[in-house]
Design a protein around this ligand. Structure first.
Ligand code: XMP
Ligand code: MG
Length: 180
């Protein structure tokens, strides 16, 4: 385990198995429509890469990126689109791929934004969910794991751009926040 972590919540094997299960459910639900996966940068890129390879159908990918004016551990609720989709999604079956839903504010903005683009359908897959922190009522359609109210890193999730490369997900030691 990385020395900056307090504990590992999900091992690489557990994450892999769960992503395969999520892909099976998504494949069954989308058996007669090919989705466009819309990854939310930066955190979701590893999950999206693994999900994509676990899905048996043709999928297109695209990405969006939001900036959030908060400290580095929480979003302020004020989000701004800094990178929009590269292609038109009108008439497409859009599946948003998120790393973690925390307060739900980012997802609410994104869902509202995508709904204005006349998509054929819209659903959300998130690998992690922190329901205890929710500020707005919003739920993903596909959820990998629920996490406690702690700051987690690894498998794409960072703190100050670090720890994304860890193959597992764990809780950062609180003293690490004080250092940067
Ligand atoms: P909201 O609060 O808008 O936040 O649902 C979603 C975004 O906040 C980030 N976030 C985290 N990032 N560990 C992280 O590395 C966490 O525990 C965590 N909680 C929230 C993340 O970017 C997510 O997309
Ligand atoms: Mg994020």
């Amino acid at each position: 385990m990385h020395p900056d972590l307090k504990e590992v919540l999900f091992t690489a094997e557990q994450i892999h198995a769960r992503v395969q299960q999520m892909a099976e459910r998504i494949a069954a639900d989308y058996r007669d429509r090919d989705p466009v996966l819309v990854g939310v940068l930066d955190g979701a890129f590893i999950f999206l890469a693994d999900l994509l390879r676990a899905l048996p159908m043709q999928v297109r990918i695209d990405f969006v990126k939001w900036s959030s004016y908060g400290d580095r551990r929480t979003s302020s609720g004020v989000v701004q689109l800094v990178k929009d989709l590269s292609r038109n999604v009108e008439g497409e079956h859009v599946l948003v791929v998120e790393d973690i839903v925390d307060t739900g504010l980012t997802l609410r903005y994104l869902v509202a934004n995508l709904r204005t683009r006349s998509v054929a359908s819209l659903a959300v897959a998130t690998l992690f969910d922190k329901p205890s922190r929710r500020k707005v009522e919003i739920e993903a359609d596909y959820i990998g794991f629920q996490v406690p109210d702690e700051f987690v890193v690894g498998y794409g999730l960072d703190y100050a751009q670090r720890y994304r490369d860890l193959p597992y997900v764990g809780v950062l030691k609180p003293e690490i926040y004080g250092r940067t």
